[in-house]
Design a protein around this ligand. Sequence first.
Ligand code: 9MJ
Length: 369
Amino acid sequence: MNRSEAEKRIGALRSEITLHDYRYYVEDAPSVPDAEYDRLLRELQALEAEHPDLVTPESPTQRVGGEPMEGFEAVRHETPMLSLANAFSSDEIEQFHDRVIRGLETDHAEYVAEPKLDGVAISLRYRDGRLQQAATRGDGATGEDVTSNVRTINAIPLQLEMRESDIPWPVTLEVRGEIYMPLSGFEEYNARARESGEKELVNPRNAAAGSLRQLDPRLTAQRPLAFYAYAMVAASEDMPESHYQALQRLRSWGFPVNPEVRRVRDAGGCIAYYEEMSRKRENLSYDIDGVVYKVDSREEQKTLGYVSRAPRWAIAQKFPAQEEITRLLDIDVQVGRTGAITPVARLEPVFVGGVTVTNATLHNLDEIQ
Ligand code: 9MJ
């Protein structure tokens, strides 16, 4: 194959691979078996090896992770990365909604309700549709440059594409969202780690955070990380009027947006969503620790503004904690009907996951110890 043929084939392979990424990560509808995907990627790798001058940073082959780093550079966020105020009851949501409608001098409000992922918040900066920089939130004003690690995450587009709409992306675009580890990936990773005697990951949240903090991007590349976009920060003239539209637009450019995101009305709509997600939670393929409500209209968001680093137009409603600390009082041994012996921990009662726990069976030797 001569150079111009190779160039054409490389372009076609990259388009095809990013389309498969889009089907898989954004639409959650894989279009080819893994084996076919791998074959395309290997063909691209082979052609790029023959023509190294045709390799670009946006090529899907470049996700394997580059050279190890000395440390992470500090990145100043042009727009601060805010935290969200927390609510733990429906009453607090009613109060939040009352503050919103009073602030807007109206009698109703439209919100976007989103699952709250328990991962790592990230800011992604694009220029001319190409990923330039990825930074953690840090203290909200300054984060860490984790670009080399983030480039290894297949769910994060390196090069934007216009897919479901013909609206182009702005020259400079900042997208914020959550990097997380899906439960299946977490379990598979730990199963492999157990077999090879390596250290297991503690929980998916820690796993996502620890994976991003690796100084060797090749290690990050081996961690099964995923991403959902939840905010668009861009020059005002390029911005849609509503947050919901902004999410749709991000999706049309190749960013995964959580399919559970919905528009709801007033406190009643928010609380109904919370109840819906509480029921769905155990069937999701990732951990969530609550839901988030955001005033949909950007104009109204501006009117409401901020109070001590948190927006007045958004709030997180948290689920009851699933992890708590308590005191081990004693260990009893239960003998089952078949003679099987099960040690049972007697615990100081602790409220966790919405119930009070006083006993726990101990199946694993390390837990017993
Ligand atoms: C999470 N963690 O899923 C926000 N988040 O919005 C969602 N976090 C957020 N939104 C503004 N869905 C600041 C944080």
